[in-house]
Each structure stands twice: as structure tokens, then as C-alpha cells.
Design a protein around this ligand. Structure first.
Ligand code: NAP
Length: 304
């Protein structure tokens, strides 16, 4: 399993992360977790809202049925979204949410904790107090954000004492906004529009790990692009490369993200053990520059 540098202390973690947003749909959560760990995927992503808390509980109950030691795993969760109502980065909400997360996950600490989506009413001083409280109590070891722009991270980092080490962002073969504008810079076509305030370059400059979420989806959770008739050229290109490397299209699609030098992690959401294995195995493949761009083009993009 490809390892990714995570945070300033040179710690490394698995390049593939198992996202647990859909674990409430898993036929056998124990098999899902064991397949991941046996294939070197030891990093698990949660959020308090996944299954309204059920996903964290299902994960904890399944993990209990294995022999894995807590210290060999990296467990991450997020809070800050109050679905349909608001975003809440108040000190009280953050601390209370983490306490509940720890209870549901049946663990004393989170290896990392992220703020899920920017709260425009954020008071960074309050967030700093919450982070200090959680860090000092040993309840959270590392902190980060999700769906944040560079200036939003700068604003928060000005006040919080711990380094913000990760930013979770949607990225995959069919969701490339983060790189399109860098390729089309100085043009006037739609792809030149910067929706993310240069977040890719910002992350690389600040040694922040981008965690690519929903890497197999196109649009807003519209479905997977793999074997999807809407994307014939892409599927043909992936099949060609998959054959060359003796992998599957599914595996190759995560290898495409890992090939980017920004050192991203890929948060996969499949609950199908065979797909988890395919993805983990393909994490070893390093596409050539030409192959990487050929997939980008087959996805319907262009190079000016
Ligand atoms: N920070 C955020 O705002 C945010 C937002 C969304 C998600 N996330 C994180 O990202 C994780 C992944 O999200 P996601 O589940 O949407 O990611 P995904 O890996 O893009 O999608 C997984 C879904 O696609 C299906 N699928 C169909 N064909 C597939 C194929 N060939 N290969 C792989 N999957 C295929 C899977 O079904 P099967 O299970 O049947 O295989 C599963 O339902 C979440 O668990 C969560 O941790 C973060």
C-alpha cells in the first residue's frame, strides 16, 4: 500500500482510506473492515452525520469482532454540519460532538478530526479554544478541515495552535475542477474559472494532505462512472490501461488520483470487499505522465 506523509511529524498513513459513510449499507461490515486492513488500508474516515451516527456505531461494533489493535489504525471523524439547518463551529458544539463521536466509536481518542464544511459564522478564537480543550485532554491528536478554501484555512490557522494538516475535497476522474483551472489559467473558457481559490497549489505549498472524497462519483452523487454508458471513451481508456497493468478499471481509477504529485489520499466508499481489494492492489501502480493525461482527456477534458 502506498504510504502518504501526514502532518508535520513525518508520520505516514495509507494512501487509500476507507470512507464509512455507507457502512450502514454493508452486507457484512466485519468483512469490509478486515478486507481493508488485510490489504493495507488502515485509515478510516467517519462523520457524525453519516447514518445520523449509526455508521460510527456499526463500525465500532464490527471492529470489536476483529483482533486489530486500536494503535495500528487511524480513525478520523468530522463534525460541524447540522443537516438541513446550519453549520455549527461553536466551541460547545465541537466539544459535545467529539464527545459523542468518541462514545459511538467506542474509543478514547481520534487520530484526526476535521471540521466538515465551512461555517460562515465561525469565530476562529472559539474553534481554537475547542481544539485546545480536545487536544489537551488527549481526545484528538491531529486537526484538519474539509471543503475549505485556502483563505478560510489561513483565517482559522491564524488562531488555532495545532497545525491544520488535511483538507477533504471532492476529487476524482469525473470531478477535476481543482486542477482544470490550473490547466486553463489565463484563458476565458469555463474550465478557467477557479471555483476553489487555487486549493491544489495552496495544499502543496502548505504540506496539507488533500483527501479526495467520492472518487468514483460523477456530479453530486449521481453514480459511479465505471461501466456507465454515459462515459464510453473513459471506460475504454480505463479498460486499456487496466489490461496493461493487470488491474481493473476500478483499481486504476484510484491509482490515477494517487499518481498526482500532490500526495493525495483517496477516500473510497465502496462496501464491496472485492472492489476494496482491487483498489488496494492498484495503489501500487504508477501511471506514466502520458497515461495520466490520456485518462484526463478521455473523461471529456481538453488541453488548451
Ligand atoms: N468531506 C465531505 O464533504 C465528504 C462528502 C462525501 C463523502 N465523503 C467521504 O468520502 C467517502 C467516499 O464517498 P463515496 O461513498 O461517495 O465514494 P465513492 O467511492 O466515489 O462511491 C462509492 C459508491 O459507488 C458505488 N460503486 C459502483 N460501482 C463502483 C465501482 N466500480 N467502484 C467503486 N465504487 C462503485 C459503491 O457501491 P458498492 O458499495 O456497492 O460497491 C458505493 O455505493 C465517504 O465514505 C466519506 O468518508 C466526504
Amino acid at each position: 500500500m502506498k504510504q502518504i506523509k501526514f502532518g508535520p511529524d513525518q508520520k505516514t498513513v495509507s494512501g487509500i482510506v476507507l470512507g464509512c459513510m455507507r457502512i450502514d449499507n454493508a452486507k457484512d461490515p466485519v468483512e469490509v473492515i478486515t478486507t481493508a486492513v488485510e490489504n493495507g488500508i488502515t485509515f478510516f474516515d467517519h462523520a457524525d452525520i453519516y447514518g445520523a451516527g449509526k455508521c460510527e456505531e456499526i463500525f465500532a461494533a464490527a471492529l470489536k469482532k476483529t483482533d486489530y489493535k486500536r494503535e495500528g489504525l487511524h480513525i478520523q471523524s468530522k463534525c460541524g454540519i447540522v443537516p438541513g439547518k446550519m453549520y455549527d463551529f461553536s466551541k460547545a458544539h465541537i466539544i459535545e460532538s467529539v464527545e459523542k463521536i468518541l462514545k459511538r466509536l467506542d474509543t478514547d481518542y481520534l487520530d484526526s478530526f476535521l471540521l466538515h464544511r465551512p461555517d460562515t459564522l465561525m469565530e476562529p478564537e472559539e474553534v481554537a479554544e475547542a481544539f485546545d480543550t480536545l487536544y489537551t485532554a488527549g481526545k484528538v491528536r491531529q486537526f484538519g478541515v474539509s471543503n475549505f478554501s485556502g483563505p478560510q484555512i489561513d483565517l482559522l490557522q491564524k488562531y488555532v495552535n495545532q497545525p491544520l494538516i488535511a483538507n477533504q475535497l471532492q476529487f476524482g476522474i469525473m470531478h477535476t475542477g481543482m486542477i482544470d483551472n490550473g490547466i486553463h489559467v489565463n484563458m476565458t473558457d469555463p474550465r478557467s474559472i477557479d471555483h476553489d481559490n487555487g486549493i491544489l497549489e495552496y495544499s502543496r505549498l502548505h504540506d496539507m494532505t488533500i483527501q479526495a472524497w467520492s472518487p468514483y462519483q460523477y456530479g453530486w452523487f449521481e453514480g459511479s462512472f465505471i461501466d456507465n454508458d454515459k462515459f464510453p471513451a473513459l471506460n475504454q481508456k480505463l479498460a486499456e490501461l487496466a489490461e496493461k497493468y493487470g488491474m481493473t478499471k476500478t483499481g486504476l481509477s484510484s491509482a490515477w488520483i494517487l499518481r498526482h504529485p500532490a500526495n493525495m489520499q483517496v477516500i473510497i466508499g465502496t462496501m464491496t470487499p472485492s472492489r476494496i481489494t482491487e483498489i488496494a492492489q492498484a495503489a501500487e501502480v504508477s501511471l506514466t505522465r502520458e497515461e495520466w493525461y490520456s485518462v484526463y482527456l478521455a473523461a471529456g477534458n481538453d488541453l488548451p
